[in-house]
Design a protein around this ligand. Structure first.
Ligand SMILES: [Fe+2]
Ligand SMILES: [Fe+2]
Length: 269
């Protein structure tokens, strides 16, 4: 069974390059499960229900987010609009599970594969966020263990949205043999360390941004440089140049959830 995870989609340039490539990649790679991180899909800051809808129309089964999840306030009401046992689109957009208690939304989605040879296979998507150099999150390691105790599916994909490579690598080892894949997001720079861990978990520190690479992690580079050079505040705008779609393909056994391969994909214009 083939799982494609698309890294942080950033602004209109990111949406456009994903729209351009996702169809042929889904087809040529026989993708059964498509997950997208959408925390920067709306101009770099959060995601709106409308933009999420457009991305769902491209075939996404579930979406993950991160620290930018609340940048567009309307998403709060949207996530609140569905109960925990729903399979509607609003329920398929996750926010990190280990945020402060009581916030809208869910950090886990459990569904079944809709079509193809693996139709009916149960899967789970888990969204967690790191604590190192990030704020507003609780211990992701024990949260992961608690969440896994409640998941019935064997195929489990974890988006670990975190800043520090050490925390991400540690999460890979923590979950090795317990989930299908631990894929990092948030740094917007793809890492070349994709591998199968010894107990059958596919791991990559960061899938990389799907967005404009002539930028500073998605933002117009001159604005960021000016801020570094002067220390003055600047309003950040999404860049447009040199868009690439970064995604990672994980192949696994649908019966056991054990991964058998992991491959990085980077496609430009
Ligand atoms: Fe991001
Ligand atoms: Fe982030």
């Amino acid at each position: 069974m083939n799982i494609l995870f698309v890294g942080d989609i950033f602004g209109s340039a990111g949406r456009k390059i994903v729209r351009e490539h996702i169809g042929h990649v889904r087809q040529s790679r026989h993708v059964d499960l498509l997950i997208m991180n959408v925390e920067n899909a709306a101009g770099g800051f959060g995601v709106t229900p409308q933009i999420a809808d457009d991305l769902f129309d491209l075939g996404a089964d579930a979406m993950t987010t991160g620290n930018h999840v609340w940048d567009k306030r309307e998403l709060m009401d949207y996530l609140k609009s569905v109960p925990a046992d729903s399979h509607e689109r609003a329920r398929r957009i996750l926010r990190p599970a280990n945020m402060q208690p009581g916030l809208p939304g869910y950090g886990v989605y459990e569904g079944t594969i809709a079509d193809g040879p693996n139709k009916g296979t149960p899967y789970a998507v888990v969204n967690l966020m790191g604590r190192v150099f990030m704020s507003g999150t609780n211990d992701p390691f024990n949260a992961a263990t608690d969440l896994l105790a409640g998941i019935k599916a064997k195929v489990i994909v974890v988006d670990f949205h975190a800043e520090a490579t050490s925390e991400k690598v540690a999460m890979g080892w923590h979950l090795d043999g317990r989930v299908t894949a631990v894929l990092g997001t948030h740094t917007h720079v793809p890492t070349a360390d994709e591998r199968l861990l010894p107990c059958g978990t596919a791991y990559q520190t960061d899938v990389g941004m799907s967005g404009p690479y002539d930028s500073v992690i998605g933002v117009e580079k001159d604005l960021v440089l000016q801020r570094f050079l002067t220390g003055l505040p600047a309003k950040f705008e999404a860049a447009k140049g040199n868009p690439k779609m970064c995604a990672t393909l994980v192949v696994c056994d649908p019966a056991t959830g054990r991964a058998s391969s992991i491959e990085r994909i980077m496609l430009g214009e």
